[in-house]
Write a protein that binds this ligand. Structure first.
Ligand code: BTN
Length: 264
């Protein structure tokens, strides 16, 4: 009997309504985020369009850092979304849903096995305390709304050697190679699932899932701010995406990503 599976269509492919239905593959590009932004400006690319590459030569990371990934080994892509329904003050929900999509995609790829997958604020994905994925979201805003968002995702898949000892990959932890296209399609499925929750304004559901999988939530962690180390308990994230912590003296503080670095 035909077993309905909401992730597989009749052709055995991952089913999405729009995320990844229009794909633009560039063998080599400076940054998929920059290319997607150019596409938006020049041809007003449709929502769900994905730009992906085998070789990203000038990948952009958070805090002005670069994102370096060996060619043909990893996932480097950007998804174009048009969340015109979202107010600017709620734009951090795009970070939350992207992190959740990666969390779900990796959990499924790793068969819900013993690996410890966590979302590190704001939207990194850690596996066994090492970074496997990073996200860079670039938005275009109007008065109180968003015109478009470019969701840039870098996921370490089959690369086994990293200069940064805090990095890992799916291949490194499982000691086998993974099918890049399969992993990529799974991320599209989950990104669309969480994006539709956002479009339905299911903020509480998104908040709960994000908090439930947040690295070190309700635990005391070490941080660094302007060269000084301090300890604080992570309470969660406020509406604008600032990290909410309780200092050792009981005071509650909100921090921006640029202000602090978590030591883990
Ligand atoms: C981070 O610093 O953690 C964010 C890294 C984001 C990297 C991805 S790779 C695809 C997309 N294109 C870019 O230039 N950056 C993002």
């Amino acid at each position: 009997m035909f077993a309905p599976n909401n992730k597989i269509n009749l052709f055995g492919l991952m089913a999405t309504l729009f995320v990844g239905q229009n794909k633009v593959f560039i063998p080599e590009v400076d940054s998929t985020n920059s290319y997607a932004t150019t596409l938006l400006k020049n041809v007003n690319a449709i929502e769900g369009t994905v730009v992906f590459t085998d070789n990203q030569t000038k990948g952009k990371g958070q805090r002005g850092n670069s994102w370096i990934a060996d060619s043909s080994m990893n996932i480097t892509l950007s998804v174009i979304l048009k969340p015109t329904f979202l107010s600017v003050k709620k734009s951090f929900y795009l970070s939350k849903i992207t992190a959740l999509a990666l969390y779900d995609g990796l959990t499924e790829t790793l068969n819900n096995s013993q690996f410890d997958i966590k979302i590190k604020w704001p939207n990194d994905i850690l596996i066994d305390h090492k970074k496997a994925a990073g996200v860079l979201i670039e938005n275009s805003f109007k008065e109180d709304g968003i015109i478009w968002s470019v969701i840039g995702i870098g996921l370490n898949v089959n690369q086994k050697k990293f200069e940064n000892i805090e990095a890992t990959s799916l291949g490194l932890i499982t000691e086998k190679d993974h099918d890049l296209e399969k992993v990529m399609n799974l991320i599209f499925v989950y990104l669309e699932k969480w994006y539709l929750q956002l479009r339905n304004m299911n903020f509480d559901l998104i908040d709960q899932a994000y908090l439930q999988n947040l690295f070190r939530v309700n635990e005391t962690s070490s941080f660094e701010k302007e060269g000084k180390k301090f300890k604080a308990k992570i309470l969660g994230v406020d509406e604008s995406g600032l990290l909410l912590v309780e200092l050792e003296n009981g005071e509650t503080k909100h921090f921006e990503m640029k202000e602090i670095k978590m030591i883990y």
